[in-house]
Write a protein that binds this ligand. Structure first.
Ligand code: BGP
Length: 483
């Protein structure tokens, strides 16, 4: 076998989120989560928030790809690829349906008992995201979710229940998915479960929501630290991680103001959260930021000690693209659902405007490791495309060469970062099986190694088919990476 840069025992696998694949949104006591009230959109049409279920409307998360009933088949396919780890999230509303109950829903816990047992049967290490872009709508209605400090108690009740239940089988936990999404207008409802006004806007206006979002973020920091401390005390074997959408930023010009702009944005979008969760305190520039933006963050007297006592063991992040910014007025503006800026003339873009930049992943890994010196995992990375199901030698498949090229280049970049000296311990690409998109709610934006026959109009047999990338990734894992 050719030697690769990846260490022995490197955790290869894939990542998903409950609301994007499970479906079965109203079974066995489950109540509505924020994601169950989000309509589908498209690359040009943002998703909309509804306040109650509209019987005429189509909600992508309600059925999704029905993983709830097909998890055994799906996990068997992950095992066939050789997965060492599988990252998934637990739907809060299966465990505490409205979030306000004091006792958990046993049927919900039993579902994840089975799912985890199935992973263990295949020797796949579970990596659980406690909260992935959803929370009970009951808590949004009760006190606007993360806008309120009351959310901390609801979250810790949920998190402590699942950690206590599963800790013998689940060693790796992430407290929040892409926690720094709350530094962006996209995050208010998606990551904070909050209504910012009376409109049905999914992407809130920055100015209206920043006070709310950063206050919510503070509540999440405290909640995350409390749960991290709880887990360490319960079982010292447990490894608790943070998870950020790492924003790799470039200046469009060499104008010193562009350099400063990128530095500020890098600090705010990445280090503001990373420092609190890894170092246990806000970075020095936070105070200046709050002052300049007329923000006041309410903190309880004990919060500083809580944050210091609940630092994470490892740092994880998603990386799909880089972005380029300028204050010179030069460059061509770009769209894109999560991050926007100006087009980087040196990079190609996906159909959704996401710039493809594997070299940026190596830079990001070095930036992060330089700052934090804790083990890192890339827990999301992948290429969303419109896939064409074809028949080849009597077998249905997809020739997803563009996906393979994207993943290959990013895996090589990780190998180079490891050679640089970065302590990278795992990689879970997004998503091993086609799921609905978080930003647009589409099924058409596919990431999987496994094609799912499901379409945006709700039709499809839900049959699963191995794409060309399925066999390619199987080889990557077998050889422990690329040489
Ligand atoms: C991340 C989310 C995921 C996932 C991914 C891809 O930000 O954590 O939930 O969906 O992005 O994004 P999208 O689905 O919008 O293409």
């Amino acid at each position: 076998m050719t030697k690769t840069n990846f260490p022995e025992g490197f955790l290869w696998g894939g990542a998903t989120a409950a609301n994007q694949l499970e479906g079965a949104y109203d079974v066995e006591g489950k109540d509505l989560s924020t994601s169950d009230l989000l309509l589908g959109g498209s690359v040009n049409v943002p998703r909309k928030i509804t306040r109650t279920v509209d019987p005429e409307a189509f909600y992508p998360s309600h059925d999704a790809i029905d993983h709830f009933h097909r998890f055994k088949e799906d996990i068997a396919l992950f095992a066939e690829m050789g997965f060492k780890v599988y990252r998934f999230s637990i739907a809060w509303t299966r465990i505490f349906p409205t979030g306000l109950e004091t006792k958990p829903n046993e049927a919900g816990l039993a579902f994840y008992d089975q799912l985890i047992a199935e992973l263990k049967r295949h020797d796949i290490e579970p990596l659980v995201t406690i909260s992935h872009f959803e929370s009970p709508i009951g808590l949004t209605k009760a006190f606007n979710a993360w806008a309120s400090r009351d959310m901390i108690a609801a979250y810790t009740r949920f998190a402590e229940t699942i950690i206590t239940r599963y800790h013998h089988d689940v060693r790796y936990w992430l407290t929040f998915n892409e926690i720094n999404m709350l530094t962006r207008p996209m995050g208010a409802y998606l990551a904070g479960g909050m209504y910012v006004d009376d409109s049905d806007r999914f992407i809130s206006p920055d100015t209206d929501s920043e006070q709310l979002r950063l206050q919510a973020l503070h509540h999440q920091f405290v909640a995350s630290a409390l749960v991290t401390k709880f887990a360490h005390e319960l079982d010292p074997q447990l490894q608790i991680g943070c998870m950020l959408a790492y924003r790799m930023l470039y200046p469009y010009t060499s104008h010193p103001d562009d350099i400063a702009m990128v530095q500020r944005a890098t600090e705010f979008n990445n280090f503001y959260c990373g420092d609190v969760q890894v170092k246990g305190h806000y970075p020095y520039f936070a105070r200046r930021y709050w002052r300049d933006h007329y923000l006041h963050i309410d903190m309880a007297p004990e919060d500083a000690a809580t944050l210091a006592a609940g630092t994470v063991d490892f740092y994880t992040f998603s990386y799909y693209q880089s972005s380029t910014m300028t204050c010179t007025g030069e460059g061509e503006k770009t769209g894109g659902n999560f991050f926007s800026g100006v087009k980087n003339p040196y990079l190609e873009r996906s159909e959704w405007g996401w710039e493809i930049d594997p070299r940026g992943l190596r830079t990001a890994l070095n930036q992060i490791y330089d700052r934090y010196q804790v083990p890192l995992m890339v827990v999301e990375n992948g290429f969303g495309t419109r896939d064409q199901l074809i028949e080849q030698n009597g077998v249905k498949t997809v020739n997803d060469d563009a996906r393979i090229a994207y993943l290959k280049a990013h895996i090589q970049a990780m190998g180079a970062a490891i050679k640089d000296g970065v302590d990278l311990v795992g990689y879970t690409s997004w998503a091993p099986i086609d799921v609905i998109s978080a930003s647009t709610g589409e099924m058409a934006k596919r990431y999987g190694y496994i094609y799912v026959d499901k379409h945006d109009d709700g039709t499809g047999t839900l049959a699963r088919y191995r794409k060309k990338s399925f066999y390619w990734y199987q080889q990557v894992i077998q050889h422990n990476g690329l040489g």
